[in-house]
Design a protein around this ligand. Structure first.
Ligand code: A3P
Length: 299
């Protein structure tokens, strides 16, 4: 279908030096002027760091463990993806801004924006933000497979080529390194709960309890167990309201690589050669020399 051409495998534009899709660039003024409300909650991540998982946990907390309520719609529509825009002509029209504006409060939204591109009203309104970070190597592997299966993103090229682009920050939403460091700094000034994918894998109960406390919510043992069960990788993989099989059907091809791919820590070891690992580590040391932020690459 030729009408899908404009978004499929299109090149990226740029906003303030950050690579973003052309449709996001074309609506950037509206994104920047977005009016946050004080009771908005923002879930922010670098893409593929565990956004969908965190969204499901947060929804389960907000619905007091009511699984049926969490099935009311897909992740993509339960939580507006703030900056994301796909024109109707793409065959998969979506406007995160319109969805957010139409949503009654209290709203929960998702973003992949680096901290400096978050609409200023979120800070003016002192909104709460949950940020989730994932170690660079697993994040890169996940992003590579996501580019292969998602035709709305630029062609990733070979694994080696994609690794170089990731290291250079020449991928959608920019440098992973700047993203995690920027949000890490921001947490000292704003109401940000900074979580790690690796911690969530190691002890999901402990991390869910952190989220509960941050949201000033309670959950008894029974509800906590329900949240744990419903948000496990195995359950989410089979959940059509969370696994993206009901959305973006012309754009995502789960037969190339499923959205719910592996959900583990350390899969990078199946992708990096010894030489690639050495090159990546050397560069990583330089890029992460100016931060106290530490990641675990394995459990
Ligand atoms: P993999 O590609 O490594 O499997 P995002 O939601 O930010 O796009 O992140 C997607 C990544 O999170 C994918 O990683 C996906 O499998 C993983 N994921 C999704 N739900 C998960 C869950 N409940 N537990 C663990 N990992 C999950």
């Amino acid at each position: 279908d030729l009408s899908l051409k404009p978004v499929l495998r299109a090149d990226l534009g740029e906003m303030e030096g950050i690579p973003l899709t052309q449709p996001i660039c074309s609506t950037w003024d509206q994104v920047w002027k977005f009016k946050a409300r004080p009771d908005d909650l923002l879930i922010a991540t670098y893409a593929k760091a565990g956004t969908t998982w965190t969204q499901e946990i947060v929804d389960m907390i907000q619905q007091n463990g009511d699984v049926e309520k969490c099935r009311r719609d897909t992740t993509y529509r339960r939580h507006p993806f703030l900056e994301w825009y796909l024109p109707e002509s793409s065959g998969a029209g979506y406007s995160g801004l319109e969805l957010a504006e139409a949503m009654p409060s209290p709203r929960t939204m998702k973003t992949h924006l680096p901290v400096q591109l978050v609409p200023p009203s979120f800070w003016e309104q002192n909104c709460k933000v949950i940020y989730v970070a994932r170690n660079a190597k697993d994040n890169l592997v996940s992003y590579y497979h996501f580019h292969r299966m998602n035709k709305g993103l630029p062609d990733p090229g070979t694994w080696e080529e994609f690794m170089d682009k990731f290291m250079a920050g020449k991928v959608l939403w920019g440098s992973w390194y700047d993203h995690v460091k920027g949000w890490w700094k921001a947490k000292d000034k704003h109401r940000i709960l900074y979580l790690f994918y690796e911690d969530m894998k190691e002890n999901p109960k402990r991390e869910i309890q952190k989220i509960l406390k941050f949201l000033e919510k309670d959950a008894n043992q029974e509800i906590l167990n329900k949240i744990l069960h419903h948000t496990s990788f195995e359950m989410m993989k089979e959940n059509p309201m969370a696994n993206y099989t009901k959305e973006l059907q012309d754009i995502m091809d789960h037969s190339v690589s499923p959205f719910m791919r592996k959900g583990v820590v350390g899969d990078w070891k199946n992708h990096f050669t010894v030489a690639q690992n050495q090159k990546f580590d050397e560069d990583y040391k330089k890029k992460m020399a100016d931060t106290s932020l530490v990641f675990r690459m394995e459990l």
